[in-house]
Design a protein around this ligand. Structure first.
Ligand code: FAD
Length: 371
């Protein structure tokens, strides 16, 4: 049985480690730059980990066609069965978002990470800097062992402060892959002429992303006004669609504050009550009283997004043209890539962890084919 190295003990690296280490004769070496494993998996879903979605829509990803190909090989139902076989019990909400029933992300990390298994070698606090293929074997830095298979599962610098993300995935440089620069996704917007008086206001809206006269995406839910911009799950999702635009010119955010009643007549309400204070959040009402605006079309020009530090995922990474359907890299035998290191990002609701786990499952099935 061949020797396998996994670079990165995050969601996809851990899932693959758990699957591979069930084969006693398959030595797995897991290289992890941090002292502990599964940092982002633990942070996911506010500490509850929304591990996948029962109704994954390919259009929720930046590359829907690649997502369709993935779903033909690994469905949400298969992933559920995989987790059930590991002993995880799960619950799903009305939108198909699946969580461990413990509502605690650490449960998932503890199930996936069993470094005491005889064939599992945990190389913690080792940041891989160099990866080379010599004489048909993979060499990692000056590590004494060589490898037949290497899986790149080191994610992206999303949600990291600048000093920690310096030269992230620098070991890719000498391999010469086509890559796309990392940009923050699932992140808040910064807005022009933004009234800071709104900071701290949380309210339900129908939020639209427009570019000129083209509606790019619409979503309903709660938004949070901050000191310098706007956030909340609907905004994070709009940011994913914003990132897919080749030009970001003339983009604006339009909020319908009367989300609950399409028949609501503002004029009639004002004529009767002379105020909207019974309708709007007090901070929005104060803004309205200063200078009235159309409460079904409150518009802000988008100047950009918050920095990578605040992003849940990155847009960008290894170009998907570099990988085969089984996540092997076309130009390098024995090399695979899983999860966020690839130029694949999805909306909120379990799309990104689904991609991390499903890609790891496919790599497992490729390395250890069914008898
Ligand atoms: C706050 C937050 C909340 C989120 N919530 C959700 C959610 O509820 N549902 C969802 O689907 N997605 C969520 N996501 C996104 C999801 O967590 C990621 O998409 C997913 O963890 C990516 O998995 P990965 O295995 O590709 O990378 P990661 O989980 O990021 O793992 C990469 C690992 O590689 C290690 N590493 C990096 N470079 C090296 C190196 N050179 N050498 C050795 N090790 C290295 C890193 O330290 C890390 O442990 C959230 C993300 C954040 C930040």
């Amino acid at each position: 049985m061949s020797r396998i190295a996994i670079i990165g003990a995050g969601a996809s690296g851990l899932f693959l480690t758990r699957k591979l280490s069930e084969h006693a004769d398959c030595p797995v070496y897991v290289f992890e730059r941090c002292r502990s494993v599964g940092t982002k998996l633990r942070a996911s879903g506010g500490g509850k980990a929304n591990i996948f979605n029962e109704h994954i829509d390919p259009e929720g990803y930046n590359h829907p066609e690649f997502a369709r190909q993935l779903l033909r090989q690994a469905s949400p139902e298969q992933l559920r069965q995989e987790f059930e076989q590991m002993g995880l019990t799960m619950i799903a909400d009305e939108e198909g978002r699946v969580y461990p029933s413990s509502q605690f992300s650490q449960t998932v990390v503890d199930l996936l990470w069993e470094p005491e298994r005889k064939n599992c070698h945990a190389i913690l606090e080792h940041e891989v800097k160099r990866l080379e293929n010599r004489d048909g074997k993979w060499h990692i830095d000056d590590f004494p062992e060589t490898f037949d298979h290497v899986v790149l599962a080191s994610g992206t610098p999303a949600n990291m402060i600048a000093k920690n993300r310096k030269n992230y995935n620098g070991f890719l440089d000498n391999l010469g892959f086509a890559t796309h620069p990392y940009e923050p996704s699932l992140v808040g917007f910064t807005l022009a002429d933004y009234p800071k008086s709104l900071a701290g206001c949380r309210t339900q809206v129908i939020a639209d992303l427009w570019q000129g006269d083209r509606l790019i995406h619409r979503e309903a839910g709660e938004v949070t006004f901050k000191e310098d911009g706007i956030s909340g799950i609907v905004i994070l999702n709009l940011s994913a669609y914003y990132n897919r635009l080749s030009s970001k010119e003339n983009c604006f955010l339009q909020l319908n504050l009367i989300y609950h009643d399409p028949q609501f007549n503002t004029e009639a309400h004002l004529q009767r009550f002379h105020t909207l204070k019974g309708v709007l959040h007090p901070k929005l009402n104060a803004l309205y009283e200063q200078k009235p605006f159309d409460v079904t079309r409150l518009r802000f020009a988008i100047t950009g997004t918050y920095a990578l530090d605040f992003a849940q995922v990155c847009h960008g990474g290894i170009d998907l043209q570099e990988v085969n359907a089984d996540f092997s890299l076309k130009r390098f035998p024995g090399l695979f890539a899983t999860g966020e290191i690839l130029d694949m990002d999805g909306i909120c609701g379990g799309y990104n962890l689904f991609f991390a786990f499903a890609s790891a499952l496919i790599v497992y099935q490729t390395i250890i084919p069914k008898p």
